[in-house]
Design a binder for this molecule. Structure first.
Ligand code: 13P
Length: 248
């Protein structure tokens, strides 16, 4: 399965900083052909990023989307507008959106359906908090998020990102065993929902991925890629992650 390595820049980088990153980064990954390389800048930098990656294999993603096509929804951005800005993907259900903007499974599901209907690929995020993990609820939380978030959604152009909340931005990466265990569980849930077709869905890991731990994480059986925050902000570091070498 082709690996899927995505950068989630979150609320970082101006237009000028985006252009500067791309000018260095795009040549660094010219040779990386067996991996989908995706970058999700903030809305304000999408157009500039699209321009800078033109002619390269790097693909553009948004970090969020609204579910309506147009109208009186101040501050929101529609799926068609993202396509128009050059996006091929959108991140939906990130824990920061669930936590700070109170997005629940129903909202996440509406966004996923609307994005897919418009033809955007979806990077669907799920993950448990530290409390949930410590009280033995990890699998219940993941099953609920995946089943409810993906109700009525076809498996094509779908990537599922497992991001344990306690590993995001903390430098506390899940161990390869911890990550693999949940990835295998997600694969099982997806098989229940989609049958054989679930094989086309890549399950990627996010949470303090760095050039130092990417090789071992990518060596895990059910990990098909990475969703990278902090370590995706520097061209060298993100390029090294794109050039991972599977370690067993
Ligand atoms: P960090 O890589 O900074 O931990 O962020 C992970 C993340 O939330 C990617 O979506």
């Amino acid at each position: 399965m082709k690996a899927f390595i995505a950068a989630n820049w979150k609320m970082n980088k101006t237009v000028a900083e985006t252009r500067e990153f791309m000018k260095t980064f795009v040549p660094l990954v010219k040779d990386a052909s067996d991996v989908d390389i995706v970058i999700a800048p903030p809305f304000t930098a999408l157009a500039a990023a699209a321009e800078e990656m033109k002619g390269s294999a790097v693909q553009l993603s948004s970090q969020d989307v609204f579910w309506e096509e147009k109208g009186a929804f101040t501050g929101e951005v529609a799926p068609g507008m993202l396509l128009d800005a050059g996006c091929r993907h959108v991140i939906i259900g990130h824990s920061e959106r669930r936590q700070y903007f109170h997005e629940d499974d129903a909202v996440v599901n509406k966004k996923v359906k609307s994005a897919r209907k418009a033809g955007l690929g979806v990077i669907f995020c799920c993950g448990e908090s530290l409390d949930e993990r410590e009280s033995g609820k990890t699998f219940d939380v993941i099953r609920r998020e995946v089943e409810m978030g993906l109700v009525g959604v076809e498996p094509e152009q779908l990537v599922v990102a497992y991001e344990p909340i306690w590993a995001i931005g903390t430098g506390k990466t899940a161990t390869p065993d911890q990550a693999q265990e949940v990835h295998a569980f997600i694969a099982g849930v997806l098989t229940k929902v989609y049958g054989n077709k679930s094989g086309i869905i890549r399950i990627i890991y996010g949470g303090s991925v760095t050039p130092d731990n990417v090789d071992i994480l990518m060596g895990c059986k059910d990990i098909s890629g990475a969703l990278v925050g902090g370590a995706s902000l520097k061209p060298d570091s993100f390029s090294r992650i794109v050039h991972f070498k599977k370690e067993k």
